[in-house]
Design a binder for this molecule. Structure first.
Ligand code: HEM
Length: 289
């Protein structure tokens, strides 16, 4: 039972911290799970508090337990750092999407004005926009959807593998085939979207259009952070529009070319100028890079 309880406790912790399952029949990423289980059992096997060399220091000359513990700690740190880096990359997706959203607004001043008018009419300048307000800002939500349509931060989603023989789009997929889904292309397909290359948030006023966007994947393995990502992006963008007037740094349009990277970053990072709106009497220009 001890092993089972230990596994249960670690499984819960890893699920909360990293959203992964390392124990049980449906453990994900078998190699990574193996490393994690091994590290945990090595760390648990350590003789913390029971190492005689902690009390009689000359014994250090005869035992290797200190270096063993340091070695496990280093490997554990490296493993946890990898999980942290993966989570940071998740955050990066939201940051990149916001950068694309603001770039589009700076290139389409009429859309920016419309979004700000919506915020001014529904919330005003007497208080800061808050999370529950986002539900009442449909145009802002359309802007986020349109950004995710044209610039999905995971353009090929994540690779999937067929667990049994099946057909996709009329093609046979034998069991064990890797399937990549090109959401970037689907989101720009002129058969599916009117003026597919144009940044046009109004398209989502039409019923059913929002259901055609799938930047978070679909089905059982779709992104569990989608709701959080939508709320975070909505609140951040609404706050930026409510609190600041935004301008381009120069007269030229913002460069909308894509750079290299799995999360579809901009080729040129966005630089923009803003002027505080809410703090009357404290109007100053600020550069953001
Ligand atoms: C704009 C932001 C984000 C985008 C575009 C995005 C997109 C995706 C996509 C496309 C997948 C793969 C879905 C599939 O395999 O079909 C995914 C998986 C996942 N995402 Fe996100 N994501 C975002 C933010 C987040 C956030 C904020 C979190 C956590 C708080 C998160 C946690 C995860 C996890 C744990 C998985 C793996 C799910 C599984 O394999 O069962 N994501 N995400």
């Amino acid at each position: 039972m001890k092993t089972l309880f230990t596994n249960l406790a670690f499984n819960n912790i890893i699920r909360i911290v990293a959203g992964k399952r390392y124990y049980g029949d449906d453990a994900e990423d078998e190699e990574e799970a193996k490393v994690a289980r091994h590290l945990v059992s090595e760390a648990m096997a350590g003789d913390s508090g029971r190492n005689p060399a902690d009390y009689l220091s000359f014994l250090r000359w005869f035992t290797d337990s200190e270096s063993r513990i340091k070695d496990v700690a280093h490997r554990f740190d490296a493993f946890l750092q990898k999980l942290v880096d993966e989570k940071r990359a998740e955050k990066e997706k939201i940051a990149i999407t916001l950068e694309w959203a603001l770039s589009n607004l700076l290139n389409h001043q009429e859309i920016l004005k419309k979004a700000r008018t919506e915020i001014d009419e529904k919330i005003g300048l007497d208080r800061l926009v808050d999370e529950p307000d986002i539900m009442n800002l449909p145009y802002l939500q359309n802007i986020i959807l349109e950004t995710l349509r044209l610039y999905p931060a995971a353009p090929l989603l994540l690779p999937h593998m067929s667990s049994e023989d099946c057909q996709v789009g009329g093609y046979d997929m034998p069991r064990g085939t890797m399937l990549l889904m090109n959401v970037w292309a689907i989101h720009r397909d002129p058969e599916v979207w009117e003026e597919s290359e144009r940044f046009k948030p109004e398209r989502f006023d039409k019923e059913g259009e929002a259901q055609k966007v799938m930047p978070f994947g679909l089905g059982r393995r779709s992104c569990p952070g989608a709701g959080l990502a939508h709320r975070l992006m909505g609140l951040t963008l609404a706050s930026l529009l409510q609190c600041f007037e935004w301008e381009r740094v120069g007269v030229e349009l913002i460069d909308m070319r894509e750079g290299k990277g799995v999360t579809m970053p901009k080729k040129e990072p966005l630089r923009a100028m803003c002027r505080s709106r809410v703090l009357a009497g404290n109007m100053r220009k600020t550069f953001f890079e």
